[in-house]
Design a protein around this ligand. Structure first.
Ligand SMILES: [Zn+2]
Length: 405
């Protein structure tokens, strides 16, 4: 499917253009990284990206009610609408020094890769499509999405897809490497669990059940659960706090737990066991002292759906071939927590492809990027977009339209 696209002269010209456009894309990456965009506060970067999409001639460029930036490159009609996106947000708070520093062939700046590189690479794809005069059958939507990281839980992508039911396939640019293809969706559930009791003097009120002891009992029960290795299912109690005074029986203890699974049903099963453990912690503590005075409450604070699609599905195979066509050995990632979770859980064909280049220190102040050969990331997106949307008059779209216009 990719081979036929590759035989077209315009496609070859577009690929050559992207290689020649490398330095410009890197410069844009260093400009975009300066526009700070902590998760839930992406407004400035969204405005900056909207301006760039407008300058590149996309139509209907706008910031949607969810903060996402979208622009459309119209196709010839009757084709599938395909999305190419990267996320706007970074894990760094306002005030972080994000000025790029060059050292030993690397560019250091918090957020320089994740996902600024994806945003910049996608701009290069737009220029190449125009430079080469590519006419696709379906429309292509280019987007910068909000709330991918942390407690954002990929909700920007969810909102974008729910408000655009016409999108028939998605490509996300995120993650390291030029070879990686993420096609599975590892689900996430986070809970905050709170134990409360009357509290009292450590000596004088001895005999009262303790919220800290109850939390510890629950954590011990959780720690003994053995989830299956396949589908990979994981958990950790990642935060814990409680008490206010060393000479007091605590009034409160809180812990937070992160649970993940490559399979939604398995995640449901684990979640049910975890909730039983939350409750049992309080029950055991109260039983120990013979007093029903510790209570437990819990709240689901993040829910990212799981999902999967066959490794031999059209989009995964096309991504594989596009990667190979550029002389790279593709690598199918096991699991994945990317914006691709949302389309995959909704049954929309989707892949997340690596940003290219070399990178390290992701999510740390020491984040760095080595751009050597990174133009192959936008080249791959370029090929895959054309194949999915169809090259007008040359190849049929690989994906069917989701909603007939
Ligand atoms: Zn990312």
């Amino acid at each position: 499917m990719i081979k036929q696209v590759m035989t077209d002269e315009r496609v070859q010209a577009g690929l050559a253009f992207i290689e020649a456009d490398h330095d410009r894309a890197i410069e844009e990456q260093k400009e975009i990284v300066l526009v700070e965009a902590p998760t839930f506060h992406e407004e400035n970067r969204a405005a900056d990206y909207a301006r760039r999409l407008t300058e590149l001639g996309l139509v209907d460029v706008h910031i949607d009610p969810f903060g996402n930036v979208l622009g459309r490159r119209p196709g010839k009609g009757q084709g599938p609408v395909v999305l190419l996106e990267a996320h706007l947000d970074t894990v760094f708070p306002f005030g972080t020094n994000v000025t790029p520093v060059e050292k030993d062939g690397r560019t250091y700046a918090p957020g320089i890769c994740d996902d600024t590189r994806g945003l910049a690479a996608n701009l290069s794809v737009i220029r190449a499509l125009d430079h080469a005069g590519i006419e696709t059958q379906g429309d292509i939507i280019f987007a910068g999405t909000t709330r991918e990281e942390g407690m954002g839980g990929m909700s920007g992508m969810r909102d974008l897809l729910q408000s655009h039911p016409e999108i028939a396939a998605t490509i996300s640019i995120d993650g390291a490497g030029v070879d990686s293809i993420v096609y599975q969706a590892t689900g996430i559930r986070n809970y905050s669990v709170t134990y409360q009791g009357p509290g009292g003097h450590a000596y004088g009120a001895f005999g009262l059940p303790s919220p800290i002891h109850a939390a510890a009992r629950a954590v011990t029960l959780l720690g003994d659960i053995r989830p299956p290795a396949t589908p990979k299912t994981t958990f950790t109690v990642s935060l814990i706090e409680g008490g206010h005074q060393i000479h007091a029986i605590a009034q409160q203890a809180v812990f937070k737990i992160n649970m993940r699974s490559d399979d939604g049903a398995e995640l449901d099963r684990f979640e049910a066991m975890a909730i039983a453990a939350f409750e049992q912690g309080a029950a055991l503590e109260n039983a120990r002292w013979g007093r029903e005075e510790v209570t437990v409450s819990y709240e689901k604070i993040l829910d990212v759906p799981a999902g999967t699609q066959p490794a031999d599905s059209v989009i995964v195979q096309a991504a594989w071939q596009a990667t190979e066509a550029l002389g790279i050995t593709p690598r199918l990632s096991a699991g994945g927590c990317t914006n691709t979770n949302m389309p995959v859980s909704m049954g929309i064909p989707a892949v997340a492809l690596g940003r290219g280049g070399k990178e390290g220190g992701i999510h740390s102040l020491g984040e760095w990027f080595d751009p050597t050969g990174t133009y192959r990331c936008p080249q791959k997106s370029f090929l895959l977009l054309i194949a999915l949307a169809g090259l007008h008059g040359v190849t049929q779209p690989l994906i069917a339209p989701r909603v007939q216009a």
